[in-house]
Design a binder for this molecule. Structure first.
Ligand SMILES: NC(=O)C1=CN([C@@H]2O[C@H](COP(=O)(O)OP(=O)(O)OC[C@H]3O[C@@H](n4cnc5c(N)ncnc54)[C@H](O)[C@@H]3O)[C@@H](O)[C@H]2O)[C@@H](O)CC1
Ligand SMILES: [K+]
Length: 509
C-alpha cells in the first residue's frame, strides 16, 4: 500500500475524478458507506454519535457518514463548524443530499452554548473537520472546537486524519484532535510515520473508497508499506539444489578487544538469517570469545593496533575474495586505520557493502569516494547517525525523515536503512518502504548488530531492494513473535531475537 502526502493525495483524487471519470461525490459516498459500516461494527447501533463537519471535502465525507448512520436508525447529532453558505463543490452536494433526505444539522455557535448538556447525550465524537487540505496553523473556530473535543473525555474517531494533523512532513502548528481511532481513506498518510504526529492518530484503519491503482503511477515518490504480504509476495524461493556457496558467502568485519559481543551478535544473526558461509574478520583476542558462541562461522584474524583491527591492504583484498556481501561496523571502534579500511572497502570491494555503527562515522568524510563507487552500498544509520551523515540536527531528521533519507539515497546512490520505529528503506532509484513490524523491545544496544547480520545474509540470496525491506521486517517480526510468546518488552535481548528468527523465517517458507 502507498504512503502519501496531502498534495499527492489531492493529485490522485484529481486524476480519479478528471481522467478516470469517477466523480468526487462517488468517492465521498464510498467513504461515507465504509466509515458508517465500520462505526456500527465497532460501536453497535445503540451508541450516540456527534459529528463535527468542516467546510471542505473532509466535511463532505462527514455528511455522507451522518446520512448513512441515520438511515440505519443510529442516533446522530450533526454539527457544522462554519457558516453553511461557504460549502461548495462535492461537500455542498452531500450537504444537500443530507438535507433532502430529511435530516437536520446544528451550528457550532448554538451548540457551544449548551456544550455540557450535549456531551451528556453522546458517546462517540466523529471528527470530519479538516483532512488533507489543512494548510498552516490551525485557525478559529477549529482551534477552540478541537480544544473542547479533546477535553470532553469521549471516544474520538477521525475521518482520514485527526483534524489539525498535516498529512505530510509539514510542522504541526496548534493543538490537533487527539483521536482514539482514525479511518484513513484509501492510502496511508505520511505523518502517521513521524514521531511528532503519530500519537494523535490512535488506532489506524485504511478504508477503500474506490480509487483505481493506475492513478498513482505518476507519483515521483514511490513510498510503500512493507508488511507481511509484501514479504511473502516478494520472497524468491531458494533453489532445492542450493549448496552453501549459492546461499551466499558473506563476510562480517566486526568486534574489537573491548567489544567482541558485537561480532558474535552480527555473525550469529547472519547464520540464523540463512547465510551459506560466514567469515568473521576481527582481532585475534575476540576470535577466542566469539568462536565459542558462533560455531558455524570461519574466522580471519586481522592485524591490530591498540585492541582494534588495523587490516593491511593484502588482508583486505584476501577477505573480499569470493564474498557476495560484506558488513563492516559493529563494535569495531574508531581510529585512523579504521577510517582507512572503510575508504578501502568503498573503493575496492565490488560486492554488496553494508556499513553500520562505527563504520558510519567516517562516511561523511568519504562522500567523494562514495559517489565514485559503482557497486551497491548499504548504510544502516539510526536517527543520530543519519543526522551526522546528512549534516542536519537530530530534530530536523525526525521531522523530515522521509525527505532526508530519500535525498541522501539519491545524492550518494546508496541504500539507506534509517532505523527507528517504522524503519525506512530508501533506495537510490527513489523507491522507499516503511516497515510495519517491531516493538519497543528492539530499542536496545545490540539490536542493530543483529539487523546488520540479517541484512548481510539476505542481500546475498534475495534481490537487493526487497532483501533490505524484508530483513528489516523479519527483525521486527521476530521481536513481535517473542512478545506474543510471553517475553516482556523490557527483558527482550538481541540474543533472544536471533533465536526468534527461526520462527520469523517461517513466514517466508
Ligand atoms: N472529492 C474529493 O476531492 C475527495 C475528498 N475526500 C476528503 O476530502 C479531504 C480533503 O478535502 P479538502 O481538500 O477540501 O480539504 P479539507 O476538507 O481537509 O479542509 C480544507 C478546508 O479547511 C480550510 N483550512 C485549511 N487549512 C486550515 C487551517 N489551518 N485552519 C482552519 N481551516 C483550514 C480550507 O479553507 C478548506 O476549506 C480528504 O481528507 C478526504 O477526507 C474524500 O472524500 C475523497 C474524495
Ligand atoms: K478529520
Amino acid at each position: 500500500m502507498r504512503i502519501v502526502t496531502g498534495e499527492e493525495m489531492a493529485s490522485i483524487d484529481a486524476i480519479t475524478i478528471n481522467k478516470i471519470g469517477l466523480p468526487g461525490v462517488v468517492l465521498m459516498e464510498n467513504a461515507g458507506r465504509e466509515i458508517a459500516r465500520r462505526l456500527i461494527d465497532l460501536y453497535g447501533m445503540e451508541k450516540r454519535f456527534l459529528l463535527f463537519i468542516g467546510k471542505g471535502n473532509n466535511g463532505g465525507d462527514g455528511f455522507a457518514v451522518a446520512r448513512m448512520l441515520k438511515e440505519q436508525g443510529v442516533s446522530v447529532l450533526t454539527c457544522i463548524v462554519e457558516d453553511e453558505a461557504i460549502f461548495e463543490g462535492d461537500a455542498k452536494l452531500h450537504k444537500r443530499v443530507y438535507e433532502q433526505s430529511g435530516y437536520r444539522w446544528r451550528y457550532w455557535k448554538e451548540m457551544n452554548r449548551t456544550w455540557s448538556e450535549v456531551l451528556c447525550e453522546v458517546d462517540v465524537v466523529v471528527d470530519a473537520m479538516l483532512g488533507t487540505g489543512l494548510r498552516g496553523a490551525i485557525r478559529e473556530p477549529y482551534t477552540s472546537i478541537i480544544k473542547k473535543i479533546n477535553l470532553a473525555d469521549k471516544e474520538i474517531v477521525s475521518i482520514d486524519l485527526p483534524s489539525g494533523v498535516p498529512a505530510g512532513e509539514a510542522e504541526m502548528e496548534g493543538e490537533p484532535i487527539s483521536a482514539d481511532r482514525t479511518f484513513t481513506l484509501q492510502l496511508m498518510k505520511l505523518s502517521y510515520y513521524l514521531e511528532a504526529t503519530k500519537p494523535y492518530y490512535g488506532e489506524v484503519e485504511t478504508l477503500p473508497i474506490g480509487i483505481p491503482p493506475a492513478t498513482m503511477n505518476h507519483l515521483e515518490a514511490q513510498r510503500c508499506v512493507w508488511g507481511k504480504d509484501e514479504v511473502v509476495n516478494s520472497w524468491v524461493k531458494s533453489n532445492p539444489f542450493a549448496h552453501k556457496g549459492s546461499n551466499g558467502r558473506i563476510g562480517v568485519i566486526a568486534g574489537s578487544q573491548q567489544m567482541p559481543g558485537a561480532a558474535a551478535l552480527s555473525a550469529s544473526a547472519a547464520i540464523r538469517g540463512g547465510a551459506g558461509l560466514t567469515t568473521v574478520g576481527t582481532v585475534s583476542t575476540a576470535i577466542q570469545t566469539v568462536a565459542t558462541h558462533v560455531k558455524e562461522a570461519m574466522y580471519t584474524a586481522f592485524s591490530e593496533q591498540s585492541g582494534l583491527i588495523a587490516p593491511t591492504e593484502e588482508e583486505l583484498f584476501a577477505f573480499y575474495e569470493g564474498k557476495a556481501a560484506i558488513a563492516i561496523g559493529p563494535g569495531i571502534g574508531r581510529s585512523t586505520r579504521i577510517k582507512a579500511m572503510i575508504a578501502h572497502a568503498i573503493e575496492h570491494y565490488t560486492g554488496i557493502l553494508i556499513l553500520d555503527a562505527d563504520a558510519l562515522v567516517y562516511v561523511s568524510e568519504l562522500h567523494d569516494e562514495v559517489k565514485k563507487r559503482r557497486s551497491p552500498l548499504v548504510l544502516t544509520p539510526h536517527i543520530g547517525e543519519m543526522a551526522h551523515l546528512a549534516n542536519e540536527s537530530v530534530d530536523v531528521v525526525k521531522q523530515y525523515r522521509f525527505t532526508i533519507a530519500e535525498t541522501y539515497a539519491q545524492t550518494y546512490q546508496a541504500h539507506i536503512i534509517l532505523k527507528g520505529p517504522h524503519t525506512i528503506v530508501a533506495n537510490p532509484n527513489g523507491g522507499m518502504t516503511v516497515n510495519h513490524s517491531g516493538n519497543a523491545g528492539l530499542a536496545k544496544g545490540g539490536s542493530g548488530d543483529v539487523l546488520t547480520g540479517i541484512v548481510t545474509a539476505l542481500v546475498a540470496r534475495q534481490p537487493l531492494e526487497t532483501a533490505l525491506s524484508t530483513a528489516v521486517f523479519l527483525h521486527g517480526h521476530a521481536a513481535d513473535l517473542l512478545i506474543n510468546q510471553g517475553f516482556s518488552i523490557n527483558s527482550l535481548t538481541p540474543s533472544d531475537l536471533i533465536e526468534g528468527l527461526a520462527e520469523a523465517y517461517k513466514l517466508c517458507e
